[in-house]
Design a protein around this ligand. Structure first.
Ligand SMILES: [Zn+2]
Ligand SMILES: [Zn+2]
Length: 642
């Protein structure tokens, strides 16, 4: 008689099974319905393929086709869909080589090396072939195989990428087969293709083999799959909304910026984009002044000796642009910190000067790999709204409080829902535990005093101090990591910063690194998507457009525009009909349009807001209304809460 084992079900009941029973065996023991609908088994919280054995004492939970929005269940469905895609492509394109095809957030992809390039128009044909496979029915089987046998098998199939994957794979080699297609794969997979109720290919892109641009460029086919057609429809709807808001698309449509291969990841800002930039910059300067910061300007390039001292040479060199000169190497700064610390260290300071807050929004350069660049949100030029606060130990809490208060002000200004995350001491760290107890407590106290809810990210602080990461959610509910407030007890000593304390002894100040918007580039990209290009009045590139109805109204229209100074006003006196000109202004998302004809005068202006709201106001009333839309004119003092 073979021995038995027990596994624990979610309701704590024990299920007795023969030794070596698989997840699927367990599901069958519970009931045929569960066995039919199961897509994976979670063992002690981790997903496991249904075909793999369970062990005595393991806690199991089955996910089924009804867990249609569970990420793990979707992952399995999409991984299986990727295999169907590879099978279809191999059948349709003889000579194609297959590389890898993992599930990703919202879908999956598969990388192929096609003998002839394919285009978007091929996707439909491939999609049909996959649907045919699903209709025909596919079952997945799993086998483990010796490494040498796997190499021989893929060599015989002339699949060099798979051979390379076997060569570099760790652990056991497993294969999954459906129909006449076998793939090297760790799993996990569905039992069969029946749960795939909706399948769609979503796009094509180039991708280097193993993400390395020195390798061959492959063709990546993206797709997604769901447990129901309704889920796919809802997803496509969300995708369409996001596409309509894509800042790269709106950037062109609204004439804000463009990118050019001549300088990858470095936007050209058009006049309208520069208006937005300058309004944010004016806000930054105004708030900095109100909150006791000093603007400084420090060099853009430094001898590598400074980067060695700051530690960047060791940790960050790969991302720095270097300029060799005679027997020296200079580097374009990727961060402002060392420059600010040199400025501080230029003389011996007194405790009476502290806290000292240096702010600078210099362009920083980081050599991000070309393949990772993305519009304004992943760039090589990073203009941070940066500052470094030099303070004593006793001042840490107040200074962190000030940074958080400032951050909240900025996010609230744009209606961005903010959240805060405190990262504490990591495994590898510098300094005694008592020091960490003190600094972590100071950051936490500041968060609590400002009334901010926060989560704790244990062990995720930098090795030289704890930090607070600032996140926000845009109007589509997407989360973005923005700024950071970071305490540093190490770098100031490396650069030689010190001050004389009240005790007449020399001390090293603490430094708080902080950026709130993050960078101008990224922030403008996010704002563009957040507002879908309909920027709030105070940063809108064109704030008001006046449309004279006929030729005879042109002078009056220009006079009205002049009377609306200092707002950014344009007159559209083109020959288009009034209706066409109103529509143009809508497309350009201009906050206010004034149609000026026989019936209009300074006492009665016909006003149309973006979005369709109409009103008649006198010039004076209109100006009063506009004043309320500019935060500083409306008398909104900087939001200092202490
Ligand atoms: Zn796979
Ligand atoms: Zn810094």
């Amino acid at each position: 008689m073979s021995s038995v084992m027990k596994v624990v079900l979610p309701d704590n009941a024990e299920l007795e099974l023969p030794e070596g029973a698989s997840g699927l065996d367990a599901a069958r023991a519970i009931g045929p319905k569960l066995a039919e609908q199961a897509v994976l088994v979670e063992v002690d919280g981790k997903p496991r393929d249904l075909r793999l054995p369970l062990a005595n004492g393991e806690r199991v939970r089955f996910l089924t086709t009804r867990d249609s929005s569970d990420p793990a269940a979707l992952y399995v469905l999409r991984h299986s869909s990727a295999h169907l895609l590879a099978e279809a492509v191999r059948r349709l394109y003889p000579g194609v080589k297959i590389a890898i095809g993992p599930p990703i957030e919202n879908g999956f992809y598969y990388d192929f090396d096609f003998p002839e390039p394919i285009s978007e128009s091929d996707l439909e044909r491939i999609e049909e072939e996959v649907r045919r496979e699903i209709a025909e029915g596919r079952e997945w089987s799993r086998e483990e195989i010796a490494r040498d046998d796997a190499v021989k098998r893929f060599e015989a199939e002339d699949e060099p990428y798979k051979v390379e994957l076997v060569d570099t794979a760790e652990g056991d080699i497993s294969l999954y087969t459906q129909g006449d297609f076998t793939d090297l794969c760790r799993g996990l997979h569905l039992q069969n293709a029946r749960p795939i109720k909706a399948f769609k290919l979503t796009g094509l892109a180039g991708a280097y083999w193993r993400g390395d641009e020195r390798n061959r460029q492959l063709t990546r086919i993206y797709g997604t799959a769901f447990y129901s057609q309704a889920d796919l429809d809802a997803y496509l709807e969300r995708l369409e909304q996001a596409r309509a808001r894509d800042h790269r698309r709106l950037g062109v449509q609204l004439d804000l910026f463009h990118l050019d291969e001549i300088s990858p990841g470095s936007p050209f800002w058009h006049p309208k984009g520069a208006v937005i930039w300058n309004e944010l910059e004016a806000m930054r300067r105004r708030e900095n002044a109100a909150r006791g910061y000093s603007e400084v300007r420090t060099p853009l390039i430094f001898d590598k000796a400074l980067w060695e001292r700051s530690g960047h040479w060791e940790k960050f060199r790969e991302n720095m642009f270097l300029i060799p000169e005679d027997d020296h190497i200079f580097a374009i700064k990727p961060m402002n910190c060392p420059g600010h610390m040199m400025l501080f260290a230029q003389q011996l300071r007194s405790y009476r000067e502290l806290p000292l807050r240096y702010a600078e929004a210099a362009p920083l350069h980081r050599n991000e790999r070309a393949g990772t660049l993305h519009g304004l949100t992943r760039v090589r030029i990073v203009t941070q709204d940066d500052a470094h606060i030099f303070c004593t130990r006793e001042q840490i809490e107040d200074e962190i409080f000030g940074c958080l208060d400032y951050a909240k002000f900025v996010y609230d200004l744009f209606g961005l829902e903010s959240s805060f995350e405190l990262s504490t001491r990591p495994e590898n760290r510098l300094g005694a535990d008592e020091e960490w107890d003190f600094t972590e407590a100071a950051l936490q106290a500041a968060l609590e005093r400002r009334g901010l809810e926060f989560s704790v990210n244990e062990g995720d602080g930098a090795f030289y101090g704890p930090k607070i990461d600032l996140h926000m959610r845009d109007s589509l509910g997407r989360a973005w990591q923005m700024g950071t407030v970071q305490l540093d007890a190490l770098t100031p000593a490396r650069i030689g910063c010190s001050y004389v304390g009240a005790d007449n002894a020399e001390h090293v100040p603490y430094v708080i690194h902080r950026a709130l918007m993050g960078s101008f580039e990224r922030f403008i990209g996010i704002l563009t998507e957040h507002y879908a290009g309909a920027f709030p009045f105070w940063i809108a590139p064109v704030q008001i457009r006046v449309l004279p109805v006929g030729e005879s109204h042109r002078d009056a229209a220009h006079e009205l525009a002049a009377g609306l100074a200092p707002y950014r006003v344009e007159v559209d006196a083109s020959d288009d009909t009034v209706g066409k000109r109103i529509r143009n202004a809508e497309v350009e998302k201009i906050p206010f349009v004034l149609v000026y004809g026989d019936k209009e005068s300074e006492d009665a202006l016909a006003i149309r807001e973006h979005g369709g709201l109409k009103d008649t106001l006198s010039l004076q009333e209109f100006r009063a209304k506009l004043a309320t839309l500019v935060p500083w004119q409306a008398g909104a003092e900087p939001s200092l809460t202490s």
